[in-house]
Design a protein. Sequence first.
Length: 214
Amino acid sequence: MGRTKCRVCGTEWAEFFISAGGLDYWRCPVCLATFLDSSKLLSAEEEKERYAVHKNDPSDPGYRKFLNKIFVPLIKRLGTPKEGLDFGCGTGPALAQMLEDAGHKVALYDPFFYPDKSVLDRKYDFVSCTEVFEHFHFPSREFKLLDGLLKPEGLLAVMTNFQTDDAMFERWHYRRDITHVVFYKEETLRHIAQSFNWDIEIPVKDVAFFTKNR
C-alpha cells in the first residue's frame, strides 16, 4: 500500500500496519503512532451523532470513579486553586465539575457541544484532555493549539488508552470505536513531548502530564 504522512508527527514515510474490522491502519516508524486511514475518517456530522449518544453524566458515580484515574494525580499536581480549560469536554463535562468542586476554575471547550472559541484566545495554568487525543483527525495541528493555550510552566493533562500490544490490536475494544482514529504508545507521547519541549510524566498507566517549558 506504499507510504503516507504521519498525522501525529509529520513524518512522510508512515507504513501500512494492519487491516482490522474492514479498516486500514498505518504505523509511524518514528513516533510509533498508529492511525486510521484518512479515507475512513467520519464527517463532522457523523462524529457529532455518535458523541451525542454518550452518557457522560457529571453526577454519575460510576463515571466519576472512571475519571479518578486522572483526577486524583491531577489534583495532587495542581495544588492551590488554578485556572484551567477542559478541552473536548463532550456532552457532560464531569471532570470540569470535579475540578471545580475541588476549588479550581475551569472553562469548557468542545467543537460539537461547547463550541465557544473565545475560550481558545486565553492561556491557562492547565488544560485537561480526557479521552480526547484518540479522536483527533489531525493530531499535530491540535498539539500546536494546545501548546498555545498553556502558560509557561502550564500543565497539559491527558488520559487515553496507551497502545501496548500489536498482537491484540485487531481485537482491542478501544480500536473498535470508529471515532477512535489514532492510538499512542508511551513512546509516541514521549516523542510529542520532545517535539514541543515539554516535560512528560506518566503518573499512572493511560495518563500523561506534559509541562510547558517556554
